[in-house]
Write a protein that binds this ligand. Structure first.
Ligand code: IMP
Length: 425
């Protein structure tokens, strides 16, 4: 299948990096289409661990052209640092191609992200404080500064001056914070122009040509379905569209050119930041999931909230993304539990919900209705063939497939690149 969109089917951190890495082995182009350095993809190659936040994970394969599409927001300092780090570890970053239409994250976006969170107090989103939300706010209010503006110093300074005037009023008058000076920002950012010039191109055209030539293109979603600004648990979401529909918008390809939509979900579920989480565990089982699964954020190091697999939410992800198959990661973590639970419905405000509720009030009051499934209590980390998994593990997978209506084609049984069970479709 030449064009595949890979998305997170939960609240992010599903282990998409490893799955993209697997697909990238035979890919020609790997594209990020939304978000920025709020994402964190960890890939383990032999003894080396690569934690990328902005550059597509496909960069680790020499034949891949990694692309940062127009739908992304780019912190240029992070970008050049990540490129230099890859270079120092023997990975050539010069294949990277960046859309000139992608928006820049500016220092005032990071500052506004922090003061907005402080202002929200108890209601805070728990953002990564990377300036993502404020950068998208400027994009949609048409006050954003784009990558292409770096190459026209006059326009860059004009746009920066307008933005700074506006931001400084907000920072000082609304948030009682210190103003920001434009000049050091202009100097810093115009310097990035030289570092990035060779990589900025018309990425929509690049993708069109790749598709026309029958090349294998992978779209690598960041965050996850339930963090989508439109389809997630608003307002506790990110400011972009991680769902599959975001891929054409955020890259400039036509929706009909997508052949396959692969969802990635953990065998349980996690969330960082605040917001509703029906199957969240506040007990020892949840703490064990954190410890066994190493559930701390790649970007912020925050402890992730953990819970049993939520099949109501997963069926929703199948629907809103049009998933054609699922990769299930971290099944090995469940080997440590005798008995497993999966949520098949919610009870809320006196009603039973079999479909993911649209109303925030309903979602906040959800009590999951669980199905109990037997555990397998054996180490499965060396298993590579589906038939060699314990029968309880197979039953768990097959129960999920039956409930969500799509096949589980990849199963992660450990962090290493090859710790994966593949199933034919
Ligand atoms: P923002 O994307 O920094 O604005 O954060 C908005 C929400 O999305 C917060 O709850 C973050 O914790 C969450 N979030 C953002 N990026 C990721 C990610 O890559 N994995 C998991 N959660 C994320």
């Amino acid at each position: 299948m030449p064009t595949t969109v890979l998305i997170g089917a939960q609240w992010g951190d599903e282990g998409k990096g490893k799955v993209t890495d697997h697909l990238s082995e035979s890919a020609d182009v790997v594209v990020r289409y939304q978000g920025g350095n709020n994402a964190g993809h960890t890939i383990v190659v032999g003894d080396e661990r690569f934690a990328l936040t902005l550059i597509p994970s496909g960069v680790l394969y020499p034949q891949v052209t990694p692309v940062i599409g127009n739908g992304c927001v780019i912190d240029p300092n992070v970008l050049v640092t990540e490129m230099a780090e890859l270079d120092s570890r023997g990975i050539d970053p010069t294949r990277l191609r960046i859309s000139g239409n992608a928006h820049l994250i500016m220092p005032y976006h990071r500052k506004l992200d922090a003061v907005l969170e402080r202002f929200l107090g108890q209601q805070q989103i728990g953002t990564t404080k990377r300036g993502i939300g404020p950068a998208y706010m400027d994009k949609y209010s048409r006050q954003g500064i784009r990558v292409q503006d770096l190459f026209d110093p006059k326009i860059f300074r004009q746009k920066l001056d307008i933005a700074i005037k506006d931001k400084n009023k907000i920072l000082t008058k609304v948030y009682n914070s210190l103003p920001i000076d434009a000049e050091p920002i202009a100097e810093e950012y115009l310097d990035y122009a030289d570092s990035l010039r060779d990589y900025v191109t018309d990425t929509s055209l690049l993708l069109w040509r790749a598709q026309q030539a029958g090349k294998k293109v992978i779209f690598e979603g960041a965050q996850g379905t339930l963090l989508d600004i439109d389809h997630g648990t608003y307002p506790f979401v990110t400011s972009s569209n991680p769902t599959a529909g975001g891929a054409p918008i955020g890259s400039g390809i036509g929706p009909k050119t997508i052949d396959k939509v692969l969802g990635v979900a953990k065998a349980y579920i996690t969330r960082v930041g605040t917001g509703p989480f029906p199957t969240e565990l506040h007990d020892d089982v949840g703490n064990r999931m954190v410890d066994l699964g190493g559930e701390f954020g790649t970007v912020t190091g925050r402890r992730r909230r953990c819970g049993w697999l939520d099949l109501v939410a997963l069926r929703y992800a199948v629907r809103v993304n049009g998933l054609t198959e699922l990769a299930m990661t971290k099944l090995d973590i469940l080997s440590h539990f005798d008995m497993l639970k999966v949520a098949v419905a919610y009870d809320s405000l006196g009603e039973r919900f079999e479909e993911f509720p649209r109303q925030q009030r309903v979602l906040y009051n959800c009590h999951p209705v669980y199905e109990e499934l037997p555990g397998w209590s054996t180490d499965i980390s060396d298993v590579r063939n589906y038939g060699d998994l314990p029968k309880e593990a197979r039953s768990y997978i097959e129960y999920v497939e039956e409930t969500i209506g799509i096949p589980v084609t990849m199963i992660g049984v450990g962090p290493a690149r090859d710790a994966t069970v593949l199933r034919a479709t």
